[in-house]
Design a protein around this ligand. Structure first.
Ligand code: PMP
Length: 997
């Protein structure tokens, strides 16, 4: 067993070329490849395939190479051994053994980004397949005494651990060694043994995308304990991860699915991973002593230390339970005993509070992410609001206790206390592990079963448990478990003593009051715990959704003791998959859904949307929620008016006239007459009718790639639709002009000279009724029109007696920052302006505003009636939106945040050539992705990848433009500078990932 390998062979490139030609007929040398121990030369065959000529170290025994060759053949994956022209798989040159293997192109796992869950699962599967193929393989050379055999841990660590200089680190390695001696060594005989690859480190795994990975370099293979294979792979896959256990869980899940691990193997895996890491750093210390000037050694051991230290802060049993869960075993093994004990004795349990939870006096309160009580992120911090809502509910229903559910995902844990960094962005603890009993402060709390006081502690940080009692109990076979009582009164702290026995029914504490109870509405948090994980005085009461099963296993349902009838609990809401299936059955199939795995969104607040497990997503696309999702002022305006009157416009009402006055005050003269409708589409349809009535002409001029709405009349004038899939081409009487895009259009430049060239096309149409155009192009790819384009083109249209319609559905109401309306940035006054989307902040509202003269022509005898358009509720909402835009200075904010965002995005361009163009006005921005700066080849696949990955990291974007290569950014104007920074840094990270590099 030697630690440091002898130096590699020293053949020159000329000699390697000669060998390759002689033995394999390969003449095309490519390069020499790095190798620690052998010499590797890359050659290309005439068909383009590449091969590695491997000249083995002189120490290498022929049998070991035969062992590798046989294993590679048995495994039968990407790697192959190629024979010489006369059929030899191993030949000899100057007493060196020579082999040829096919070259596996790709990126080593260590250099590949991102390590998605799916990639790591696939890695587990690959290793599972490898070990399964080798399960019954035997070879005399497989019994090697290799330094890197994990069974040599004791020898390796004991020999060199004294070389670790840092005392704390040395102590960690000593623990690893003693755990090995006490807990692993005695059980080695219970583990399966077989021939394994034994070195699935992150440079031996070659990645070509998350579904295409290969294992190379069989140089360390030998017969040893089989489970060393996933253990070694985990040790490397866990490096550089904010949540290393999650990475290991993915890998183990994949391995187990392909080649099931035994329960003992799963038990020992966490220790084996730590052992391998311990061996790594110990060997590194040894190597450092031999080669004190080798900087590389220092660099490569750093992340290993970081990982070992991180793992020291995670309870090993938690890791063990997580691994059991990955292998579909009950995570915490003793929980089943506790559950069956409590279920068996159910009838004899005493009350925890002085209220019969079976009676009408106890009601379930919905605190799920989408419930009203849960509140928005901002509101959740407002305990007074939550308390008022909760206790008002209790009073209204004549109830005494409000029950907050177990295993409920809640959005109200908003403090950073509840957030951690997952391997894909931040994750929030949202899953409630106890049952809450909301009751008046000072209500007594009793022990439901006999027990001993385990701890009493005041967890007095804000939003913690406050005064907390934990009791210890035992099942009839002596299995220990615990019950936790949180948010108690301060007086409860001195009522009991640790170690004191309590009997079923004993008064143990009182419900605490705000704020001494941790800062919550008065309630008891009651939780069962089957393994305290050596924690003292507290235990997590909410868990990360990604660790849900493990924590639920550690904290089974407290209703085992509380005995609240199941009939009180509402049915589980459908899972996202169930909702998707139901939607597929009963909703039209071309109503599209975003993302490969669709999101189920249950709440919105400001610039954020929340899914059913409380994950927040930064919404960068929803310009409909103009002033912020569910803006309280808009909601309140709607609620108030809805409760008083909602009817059609055939009666006099002040809302409609007040709103028309406020809206037209925002527009230049002579735009002064409003028609209210229910959507942007209805607005544009009405605008066309008005224009045709006024001009008595029929033809409409539109811009290439434009979209103006979903009505038949608008599909007919939307090239985005009629030129796209399912479209039937341009109808007669419609005229299309070139998209005035200075970046990719017919004329390319950023100066105003091209405006005239584009506008000249408008001259061609003889008798147009109207030219309809968005003031800034949206579906066409977030294109800012060249300066002067609208004034020149409007001039031609008016010369031909046509009207000019500005579609402000996407960009109006301050979004462009410098002006309230998009058309104002072009210095024009249209004849008709149409509005939608943002006008009602999500309420279906639209508007057409025109001049008195044009409105008069439309009044040609035919009545105009719209059942819902202009109703008092819609107008109240429209007024509230205008109020908020003004009071919160949202136009200014759009300008400032938009400028910052554009500047930051332009900074990214220097590092990411994929970002061809960054453009936009205010918070209406487009990023055009291209593969080549000369040809501007659109990078649609890359854009789609970026959008998917950004979603995985918690940011919502979408693509558009004729080539689907423009990323759209048009967030609610609640979007802040911090949000802009988050967007840019996440985008930067995603653009650095291999699939788009
Ligand atoms: N005009 C433009 C420019 C639009 O983008 C849209 C919708 N995307 C509409 C009109 C139609 O609005 P709605 O979908 O509200 O009917």
């Amino acid at each position: 067993m030697s630690a440091i390998r002898s130096i590699s062979p020293q053949f020159s490139i000329e000699e390697a070329k000669r060998i390759a030609l002689l033995l394999y007929g390969l003449a095309d040398f490519v390069s020499e490849l790095p190798s620690e121990r052998d010499q590797n030369f890359l050659f290309r065959r005439s068909d383009g395939r590449q091969f590695t000529l491997k000249i083995a170290n002189r120490d290498e025994a022929r049998e070991v190479l035969e062992l590798q060759n046989r294993a590679i053949e048995l495994v039968g994956q990407v790697l192959e051994v190629v024979p010489t022209v006369d059929g030899q798989k191993i030949s000899t040159i100057e007493s060196y053994f020579v082999r040829l293997l096919n070259y596996v192109p790709g990126v080593p796992l260590a250099e590949y980004k991102p390590h998605t869950s799916r990639l790591l699962m696939n890695l587990g599967r690959l290793l599972g397949r490898t070990d399964k193929a080798l399960a019954s393989f035997t070879h005399e050379a497989a019994a090697r005494d290799l330094y890197w055999d994990i069974r040599n841990a004791d020898r390796v660590i004991a020999s060199y651990k004294h070389l670790i200089e840092n005392a704390e680190r040395r102590a960690i390695v000593e623990t690893v060694l003693s755990d090995w001696r006490l807990r692993v060594q005695p059980r080695l005989s219970e583990l399966r043994t077989s021939v394994i690859h034994n070195d699935a480190n992150d440079y031996n795994i070659i990645v070509n995308g998350e579904d295409s990975i290969a294992l190379i370099d069989y140089g360390d293979m030998l017969e040893t304990i089989t489970v060393a294979e996933p253990a070694i792979a985990c040790a490397y896959a866990m490096l550089h991860k904010p949540d290393p256990v999650a990475a290991a869980v993915d890998l183990i899940r994949g391995y187990h699915q392909t080649y099931p691990l035994t329960e003992v193997e799963i038990d020992l895996l966490p220790l084996l991973i730590r052992t391998r890491l311990g061996m790594s750093v110990t060997i590194a210390a040894h190597q450092k002593q031999l080669e004190p000037n080798n900087e590389y050694l220092l660099i490569s051991e750093k992340p290993v230390w970081k990982l070992i230290e991180k793992l020291s802060s995670i309870h090993p049993r938690f890791v063990h339970y997580s691994f059991r869960n990955a292998c579909e075993l009950p995570p915490c093994p003793q929980t089943a005993k506790v559950v069956s004990f409590l279920a068996r004795d159910g009838v004899r349990h005493g009350r925890v509070v002085d209220c019969d939870l079976k009676s009408e006096r106890a009601i379930v309160i919905d605190l799920s992410v989408g419930s009203l009580e849960n509140g928005t992120r901002d509101e959740a911090a407002d305990v007074t609001r939550l308390t008022t809502l909760l206790f008002r509910r209790l009073d209204d229903e004549g109830a005494e206790v409000g029950i907050g559910r177990y295993n409920e995902a809640r959005g109200l844990y908003t403090s950073l206390l509840f957030s951690t960094e997952s391997n894909d962005g931040p994750e929030w603890r949202t899953i409630h592990l106890g049952i809450d009993l909301f009751m008046r402060a000072d209500s007594p709390v009793h022990a439901p079963i006999d027990g001993i006081v385990h701890s009493i502690r005041n967890n007095d940080a804000l939003l913690d448990y406050g005064p907390t009692v934990i009791l210890r109990h035992a099942t009839d076979d002596g299995t220990e478990f615990f019950t936790l009582y949180g948010h108690l009164s301060v007086s409860s702290l001195t009522h009991l003593a640790v170690g004191q026995a309590v009997r079923r029914g004993d008064l143990i504490a009182w419900i605490g009051t705000y704020p001494t109870n941790g800062g919550w509405p008065p309630h008891l948090h009651f939780q069962i715990i089957t393994d305290m994980l050596e924690r003292d005085g507290e235990f997590p009461g909410v868990a990360l959704p990604s660790q849900r099963a493990v924590w639920l296993s550690l904290s089974p349902d407290p209703n085992l003791l509380l005995q609240i009838p199941q009939s009180k609990f509402p049915a589980e809401p459908p899972s996202p998959a169930e909702t998707l299936a139901a939607r597929r059955k009963s909703i039209g199939p071309n109503l599209s859904i975003s993302y490969k795995t669709p999101l189920k969104i249950v709440r919105g607040a400001g610039a954020y949307l929340y899914d059913e497990i409380g994950r927040g997503y930064l919404d960068c696309v929803n310009n409909v929620a103009h002033v912020g999702h569910c803006h309280p002022k808009v909601v309140r305006a709607a609620q108030r008016q809805m409760a008083v009157l909602n009817t059609n416009t055939r009666y006099l009402h002040d809302n409609i006239v007040e709103y028309a006055k406020r809206l037209t005050a925002k527009l230049p003269a002579p735009l002064s007459v409003c028609f209210f409708v229910n959507s942007g589409s209805e607005a544009n349809d009405l605008a066309l009718r008005i224009a045709r009535a006024h001009t008595k002409a029929n033809d409409i001029i539109v811009m290439e790639s434009a979209y103006h709405g979903n009505l038949s009349s608008l599909i007919d004038i939307s090239p985005y639709k009629f030129d796209g899939p399912g479209g039937s081409g341009m109808p007669p009487r419609v005229h299309k002009v070139s998209i005035a895009d200075g970046y990719r259009g017919r004329f390319r430049s950023s100066d105003s000279a091209i405006a005239s060239k584009y506008a000249a096309e408008l001259r061609e149409v003889e008798r147009p009724a109207a030219f309809i155009i968005e003031s800034v192009l949206s579906c066409a790819g977030q294109v800012v029109l060249p300066p002067g384009y609208l004034s020149e083109s409007f001039r031609y249209v008016r010369q031909a007696s046509g009207l000019c319609i500005a579609d402000e559905v996407q960009v109006g109401f301050g979004r462009v920052g410098t002006h309230f309306w998009g058309f104002e940035t072009q210095g024009v006054v249209p004849d008709i302006v149409t509005m939608g989307k943002s006008i009602g902040n999500g309420h279906p509202l639209g508007a057409v505003v025109t001049t008195l003269e044009i409105a008069e022509s439309f009044n040609n005898g035919m009545e105009y009636f719209n059942t819902f358009g202009g109703n008092p509720v819609s107008c109240a909402i429209g007024l509230a939106v205008l109020d908020v835009v003004e009071r919160e200075n949202l136009q200014k904010r759009a300008f400032e945040v938009g400028e910052l965002l554009k500047a930051r995005l332009r900074n990214l361009q220097s590092r990411h050539p994929l970002l061809g163009d960054v453009r936009g006005l205010g918070l209406f921005i487009g990023i055009e992705l291209i593969r080549n700066t000369e040809t501007l080849e659109p990078a649609a696949k890359e854009a789609a990848y970026v959008v998917e990955r950004m979603k995985e990291r918690g940011i919502l974007l979408s693509t558009d433009g004729p080539f689907h290569n423009v990323i759209k950014i048009k967030p609610p104007l609640a979007f802040s500078e911090t949000d802009a920074e988050i967007l840019v840094s996440t985008l930067d990270a995603v653009l650095g990932e291999n699939p788009v590099r």
